[in-house]
Design a protein around this ligand. Structure first.
Ligand code: KG4
Length: 316
């Protein structure tokens, strides 16, 4: 993992142009370091591109300017080393990330994917066989954390700082809306909650009252988590799956993790939480998908390109 968060923080969010340029700067160094770490783990002196069986890369979905860098680099390496080339869907990587902390993990499962760009519930019927049960109709959960943090002047990314303040606040202090909690489906909506929090903050400021930041953070988190847990429970009931998994940067949220633990132990469902290092985007989870593709000999041709949008439910 090469993080570039510091370069985006000063702008309060990810700047696509910066993301793309930082990918170019980082990619050679990250690969070199990966070879060094792998060589020492294998107890050999040196590992090179030619020693690999295949070269895999995330090709979709996401910011296309960043994806293009990885795809062009991986194609170049695969072509030069004469290795087969494999494209991986980033979201499928998050599903495979569950193997990192729990090697015995097997579908079927319901997966709650919560990150800065995605909020979805997926029925993982088997490896490579997915049904998206519901997504957000507007903002992603992580985006809501980031926007609320911005409104409170707490900086970017918002998730970690909101969890820190929230731990000291009262989650029942302010009744923020639980959007679409009873909509009867598995879709989410976060933009109304974000607006409710911003309206509350503005109202308090106009009334000359000092903001109780811990209470605002705790109440906002409770509103987010209540809906996530209720919908995940519904998805488990609908599919009959006996395992729940969580992935994406927001999976690091302690209130969400504790609430999922309570719900799953009550429902007698196995909860698989990837280690924190495997929740956010990482190359390890992409390699796990690629390993299955390699065994199935499912390779990409060199005319394949990066894509901003792809449907997780469609095999590729
Ligand atoms: O998966 P990720 O690392 O990147 C992508 O979005 O692809 O997720 C980043 C998101 C950010 O919106 C960040 O605010 C959120 O994950 N996040 C958290 C926490 N840690 C990171 N949200 C809530 N609580 C946290 N502890």
């Amino acid at each position: 993992v090469a993080s570039q968060i510091d370069f985006h923080a000063r702008f309060g969010g990810v700047v696509p142009e910066i993301a793309s340029r930082k990918h170019i700067e980082a990619i050679c160094g990250v690969c070199d370091e990966c070879f060094d770490v792998a060589a020492s783990a294998l107890g050999i002196e040196r590992l090179t591109w030619r020693d690999l069986d295949s070269i895999a890369v995330t090709y979709a979905p996401g910011l296309v300017g960043a994806l293009v860098v990885g795809v062009a680099f991986a194609k170049g390496a695969a072509w030069a080393a004469g290795k087969p080339f494999i494209g991986v869907n980033h979201l499928e990587g998050h599903l495979y990330a569950n193997k990192i902390g729990a090697p015995d993990f097997q579908p079927p499962a319901v997966v709650s994917l919560v990150s800065g760009g995605n909020t979805m519930l997926v029925h993982m019927k088997g490896w490579g066989d997915y049904e998206t049960l519901g997504t957000t109709i507007d903002d992603a959960v992580g985006e809501a954390f980031d926007k609320v943090a911005k409104a409170l002047g707490l900086g970017y990314p918002g998730g970690p700082v909101i969890s820190r303040y929230g731990a000291k606040g009262d989650p029942r202090a302010i009744a923020f809306p639980r959007a679409m909690m009873h909509s009867g489906d598995l879709r989410f909506s976060l933009s109304g909650l974000k607006t409710a929090v911003v309206t509350y903050i503005n109202g308090e400021r106009e009334a000359g009252r000092e903001l109780n930041v811990p209470d605002i953070c705790a109440s906002f988190e409770a509103a987010v988590v209540d809906v996530q847990v209720a919908k995940a429970k519904r998805a488990l009931d609908m599919t009959g799956a006996r395992t729940l998994c969580v992935g994406g940067g927001v999976a690091a949220n302690p209130v969400l993790r504790a609430s999922y633990e309570r719900m799953c132990s009550k429902a007698g469902v196995r909860l698989v939480l990837p280690p924190l290092s495997a929740c956010g985007d990482n190359a390890g989870m992409i390699a796990l998908v690629a390993l299955d593709r390699f065994r199935q000999k499912k390779f990409f041709s060199f005319d394949f390109d990066a894509k901003a949008h792809v449907n997780l439910d469609e095999p590729y």
